[in-house]
Ligand binder design. Sequence first.
Ligand code: ZN
Length: 379
Amino acid sequence: MTMISSPMPPRSTGTAHECGGGRAVAVPDRRHVLSFLHRLGFRPGCAGFLSFALFALSCGVFGLAHARDGLAGGVQLPDWKTVEVRAHHLRGPVWYLEGFGGNIGVVVTGRGTVLIDDQYAPLTDKIRAALAEITKDPKPRFIINTHWHPDHTGGNERFAKAGAVVIAHDNTRHHLRAAEFDPEMPELLRPHVESLPIVTFNDTVTFHLDDEEVVAFHIPPAHTDGDVVVRLRDSDVIHAGDACFHGYYPYIDIENGGSIDGLIAFWERLVGGLMDEDTILIPGHGSPMTRADVAAYLADMKSVRGRVAAAMKRGEDLKTLIARHPLADLDPKYESEVVEEADILTMVWRSLERTRTGVRDLGDDHAPPSTHATPAGGH
Ligand SMILES: [Zn+2]
């Protein structure tokens, strides 16, 4: 697949919108973030799979007039027929499906099958076929969306019409609903009303199933402001959605509430107690991670944050920072066409600008302010 680059558009500010209960919710201008993602591609041969390419593609076609003839804004659409959906067994009743989009978690229980994310509508039949190979009950009863991005929610509508109950955080439903009415949203990716989660929550929801206790909980803004992490307590597996990438710099959806400090706080929480040495973590993209993997990633990304914050404190501008390649030592491990050095520097910079905490207490070892305390009893 060839991904065509486009220049980064100017930063947008979003608007205010009244939503449920009269609560003011910032409606981001998706055109910015998704045009940014349009630049993304994937690293051939990397464990990040083709999924990233479509993630980028799906987001990139937002803001474009239409998609036709297999092309959207100059980006080659995938031939869905050639996409393979593969099932990987992790532990007990837990699997994950690798296809084209975010990794799908699967929990097979005596009380029904649970999916965590569902990639794209054109892949629904292939996902069903993959499920049929691992369970006699392949029809999902519940689908949990980890966040609103199209590569994680595109299958909602078809599965919902077949009877699945879709569950997500309040903000994720809000973002999907906003996309539904976005006139610039290509039909290919428009989330119709049937795809909206019919159950939403603002903190935690627990599924008491025969073979697995499934706990879905919201984390403070990290990848987006609607992130949900799913903990499979009996199997000791966590699906982190895009709050974890494996082998890439993170993507921070600033326009939808994402935050580098939120990501760091979440990774610290994983290493500090949510994971032990036996825990398996399914990232949104990339291969499964151990606690040691997350710890190494955390250390490197804290260093990235520290370098950006130090530059801000010195009065350096972003352009100068990017020009001197401050991440040359980390790029071999994390840089890709998905998120290049300039991209992660820009996202961290903008995140720190927004929090106003970024220019205090700086340095590579700087620990970001904790934005969340684990409730009593944890998750
Ligand atoms: Zn995402």
